[in-house]
Design a protein around this ligand. Structure first.
Ligand SMILES: Nc1nc2c(ncn2[C@@H]2O[C@H](COP(=O)(O)OP(=O)(O)OP(=O)(O)O)[C@@H](O)[C@H]2O)c(=O)[nH]1
Ligand SMILES: [Mg+2]
Length: 245
């Protein structure tokens, strides 16, 4: 067993996850992160452009330690994103839903380039359509189309949020479903787009809760009843992990 895979298995056993927050500059990544981690109102609104990266740990109520890597999105920094792809369990792609111009061009192109990366094959993708508090911001379906992800989606209801999720059903079910914009590279990927506002907090925790659940479902074996009851999960790679002891 290689050194990297030993590390990987140890990390799984510790229930440690890694989420990578990326997206264009000014999308609101740092602000979202501060909101998620319960910063004061003043701190939430005082984020300045991230010139490098920052890593914060979020301890999920179920015991997962989630390392959130917030990397700056300015053009000159984007070349460094790839340094953080290894071991990533979820990509949190944040977009400014009030900036239709950049969303339709730059954000879609950058996202496609990131997802073409082999090291990110199969990782959970959570797109946050942030700044939902801004009047006239884009709707979720418009964001999905602008990012070139799909025109086939279904609305899923969340307790307090709104989300879109790709539908992998037989083509031709009805007219709308056959209007499929090839979601290339998304074949086996779980993804959802949530509307959120880092300012008001709307949708932020629901979106991250989905991402954690999705990653945990892939990596750990548990049943949903146990999830609701807060029981500890068993790593899917328990056999390999046990061999290390
Ligand atoms: N109205 C509104 N403004 C927001 C929201 N989230 C962030 N902002 C503002 O958008 C600007 C950019 O926010 P940041 O969190 O610094 O953006 P970022 O994606 O981390 O930017 P980089 O670090 O440069 O990549 C700041 O002025 C924020 O206050 C939101 O939900 N609503
Ligand atoms: Mg930032």
């Amino acid at each position: 067993m290689g050194f990297l895979s030993i590390l990987r298995k140890a990390r799984r056993k510790e229930q440690e996850l890694r989420f990578l927050l990326i997206g264009l500059d000014n999308a609101g990544k740092t602000t979202v992160l501060r909101r998620l981690l319960g910063a004061s109102e003043e701190e939430v609104r005082a984020a300045a452009p991230t010139l490098g990266l920052q890593v914060r740990t979020w301890v999920h109520p179920r015991g997962y330690r989630i390392n959130l890597w917030d990397v700056g999105g300015q053009r000159s920094i984007r070349a460094y994103w790839k340094n953080y792809f290894e071991e990533t369990d979820a990509v949190i792609w944040v977009v400014d839903a009030a900036d239709e111009g950049r969303l339709g061009s730059e954000a879609g192109t950058e996202l496609a380039a990131v997802l073409a990366e082999g090291r990110l094959r199969g990782v959970t993708l959570l797109v946050l359509a942030n700044k939902g508090d801004v009047p006239g911001c884009m709707q979720l379906g418009e964001v999905a189309v602008a990012l070139g992800m799909a025109t086939r989606w279904r609305q899923v209801s969340e307790a307090d949020g709104e989300a879109l999720e790709a539908v992998h059903g037989p083509a031709g079910a009805d007219r709308i479903e056959t209007q499929r914009v090839a979601p290339s590279g998304h074949g086996n990927r779980h993804w959802r787009i949530y509307r959120c506002s880092a300012y008001t907090g709307q949708g932020v925790s629901e979106a991250f809760a989905w991402a954690v659940h999705d990653v945990a479902t892939r990596l750990y074996s548990f049943d949903s009843q146990r999830w609701r009851e807060g029981c500890t999960d068993t790593p899917r790679e328990a056999v390999g992990a046990a061999a290390l002891e």
